[in-house]
Design a protein around this ligand. Sequence first.
Ligand code: SF4
Ligand code: SF3
Length: 517
Amino acid sequence: MFCFQCQQTAHNTGCDGKVGVCGKKADTAVYQDELIGALITLANAAENGSSTEKTDMLILKGLFTTITNVNFNNVTIKQLTEEIHIERNRINSQKFDDYDMKKLWNDHEDIRSLKSLILFGIKGMAAYAYHAQALGKTDSEVTSFFYKALRAIGSENDPEKLLGLVLETGNVNLKCMALLDAANTDAYGDPVPTEVPLTIEKGPFIVVSGHDLHDMKLLLEQTKDKGVNIYTHSEMLPAHGYPKLKAYPQLKGNFGTGWQNQQTEFHNIPAPILFTTNCIMPVRQSYCDRVFTTSIVSYPELVHIGDDKDFTPVIEKAIECGGYDEDREMTGMNGGHTVTTGFAHNAVLSNAEKIISLVKEGRIKHFFLIGGCDGASPSRSYYSDFARLTPPDSLILTLACGKYRINDMDLGTIDGIPRILDCGQCNDAYSAIKIAIALAEAFDCGVNDLPLTLVLSWYEQKAVCILLTLLSLGIKNIYLGPTLPAFVSKGVLDVLVDKFQLTPISTPEEDIKKILG
Ligand code: SF4
Ligand code: SF3
């Protein structure tokens, strides 16, 4: 096998043994490559063929399936590849051979690097497009870009053109995140600041992980008056901020911390867990009978909730497990008992005037965005240490699952505004961007002239598309860690450093000193 698409890749060069660091087996990696190869050919076949919404959907599903920690199931991966072949033959009667991904992995390292940025970027974007589609929103520019990018991965070899496509991936992803933002807020309202308990109340409950708010809504509807409580996990935490989800009294709080801690955190809880997207880790024997998957997530031998979204097996399992006998107090990674969320663009910008005057009065001197993906690497303590070192006259925006390193810290308030503001899921980077642009407009300067520093942690491919979005907006001096992507070659890194001053993190002390001068 060969795979180097995520941050924890072996030796920071690539997983090439019998099993990847994430637990993906060699044969699964091969089937995933074959799936992507089939998608590239499908995109080619669509060029002079008659693609339909079904073709578009297969592209989204195919890309999403190969994101890290989404699908470990050879059977469903092979089924999807077969569906793609059938679709290809349906839309174009010409004979095609699947693209061989080994060509890409063995290509010149700069070409491989640029194409990897595009491929991993569109994988992340496909997940966002899929969630938007679940709520009935599509965008033809976003849809057609998947085809264009896949074709380029198969055949474009001009580094300049590929670099242009790398930035275009970021640009189109901004539209895709805007689409998902519109889908989520149209369906469930604009998030409002919300304090979320970490205590698990006694009685049956279900833990819901992943990003899909539509699945969350359907489960809330199906657990109405059933005496089963719902707790968010990982990237589902921001669900608490949405008025139409918040309205369900059984949505009680959040369970657990970063996704990388799930194997210990799920080990003995008396409740089932539902995965709606990444990040599912290899499921241990001690809790495998309690894990359910839905939509694109797939894991051998687990019960999968199909497209009918009948969550009865999960609800029944919750009742069977029974939950705790007494309320169980839990804490976050820093010992806190609650976390807050819901500071998306609407909530923050409704306080814009106050924030602007606090800046003018010198009471807010700097903004940080500390966020992104979490992960197991011990060096990720950088992000919590960094947050602790930020001065009391600074505000911290955070987002995605990396926030679990900091979101239960009590860093105080500035004139009533909490110093840590959770914008939401990784796709809510859209909110952070909107906030930054609004601040730049208020101060009549560019985003790069604001006293704002982005300190990002990355793990999987959604982080890749978000990074590309930030670069496509011309945002400079981003601090990136815990390591630089293995798929960024020396030559491509030089370009990114030169053009955007992309900076690898060093130590929190040194970086803070450098940032605040
Ligand atoms: Fe390795 Fe990451 Fe690929 Fe898993 S997804 S095989 S950990 S590079
Ligand atoms: Fe997290 Fe997996 Fe990336 Fe949506 S859930 S950010 S790592």
